[in-house]
Design a protein around this ligand. Structure first.
Ligand code: CO8
Length: 256
């Protein structure tokens, strides 16, 4: 039984809700552990096609739990290696959507950045306030953000430590969509449902190839794209998708 997250499913969508509202969903290590274990559980669950991560009423997550970190030392952190569990998030194959209301700060923002798509309400605020605590982002923030928005803006944002509005985050390509607060739940589930109707293996192969584009040289990315393109033709969903087009009907994808 999870202490700090709530888990539910809605059709083929697996939902992880952060649930430490008394500390704005600050992420302590056991909570990150629970989140990742649940992501993996959904990833392996054949009934689930899309994973949604959301916050509670007032915040997505206000960062790593500062109370837990205050007395840490370089050596205690190095030994505990709190980021090993974050690395496992990068292995999740199914689409992950972060649904952000309120604050997504520090580690909370990094959690959203580990998802594939970010949908936020108009009042959401994104930021890396670590510098104001005398530290820096540690769960991938400097890398993810720089790749998304470029060096100058990423540096400015992380050096000043000020939160950025959802509008700015959208402008710089950090998030995918903004919706009115009262529509956040509905719009994010609609997006998840749309993805859940797509051919699951094709989604997976696309995610893998797009991720390769971020890290690898073009020639490597093109190789993987071609391999995955060929692989898609070994699925029944490819036959279904193409036959449905010819027969002028909607496809029904089974994920095989
Ligand atoms: N850690 C611990 N407690 C927190 C955190 C946090 N990150 N954020 C908020 N809280 C607590 C507050 O202490 C407060 O508790 P209490 O009621 O007992 O005083 C409660 O949540 C509510 O917070 P506020 O009263 O401050 O609420 P406001 O609405 O006035 O402000 C803010 C909300 C703006 C979110 C404010 O709380 C804030 O600035 N929080 C800190 C944000 C921050 O600095 N985040 C970065 C943390 S460092 C980090 O994330 C490094 C990541 C490294 C990777 C992770 C490895 C595990």
């Amino acid at each position: 039984m999870s202490k700090d997250i709530r888990v539910s499913t809605q059709g083929e969508i697996g939902i992880i809700q952060l649930d430490r509202p008394e500390v704005a969903n600050a992420l302590n290590r056991s909570m990150v552990d629970e989140i990742v274990r649940q992501m993996e559980e959904f990833d392996h669950n054949e009934e689930i096609r899309v994973i949604v991560i959301k916050g509670s009423e007032k915040a997505f997550a206000a960062g790593a739990d500062i109370a837990e970190m205050t007395e840490e030392t370089s050596m205690s952190l190095e030994l505990a290696n709190p980021f090993a569990v974050w690395d496992r998030m990068m292995l999740i194959k199914k689409p992950m959507i972060a649904v952000v209301n309120g604050f997504a700060l520090g580690g909370g923002f990094e959690l959203a950045l580990h998802c594939d798509l970010i949908i936020a309400d108009e009042n959401a605020k994104f930021g890396f306030p670590e510098v104001t605590l005398g530290v820096m982002p540690g769960a991938g923030g400097t890398q993810y953000l720089t790749k998304v928005m470029g060096r100058a803006k990423a540096l400015e944002w992380m050096w000043l430590g000020e939160p950025m509005s959802a509008t700015d985050a959208l402008h710089y390509g950090v998030i995918n969509r903004i919706v009115a607060p009262e529509m956040l739940e509905e719009e994010s589930m609609l997006l998840a449902e749309k993805l859940a109707k797509q051919a699951p293996i094709a989604l997976r192969l696309i995610k893998e190839a797009v991720n390769e584009a971020v890290d690898a040289p073009m020639s490597e990315g093109l190789k993987l794209e071609r391999k995955n393109f060929y692989l898609a033709f070994s699925t029944q969903d490819q036959k279904e998708g193409m036959r449905a087009f010819t027969e002028k009907r909607k496809p029904f994808f089974k994920g095989v």
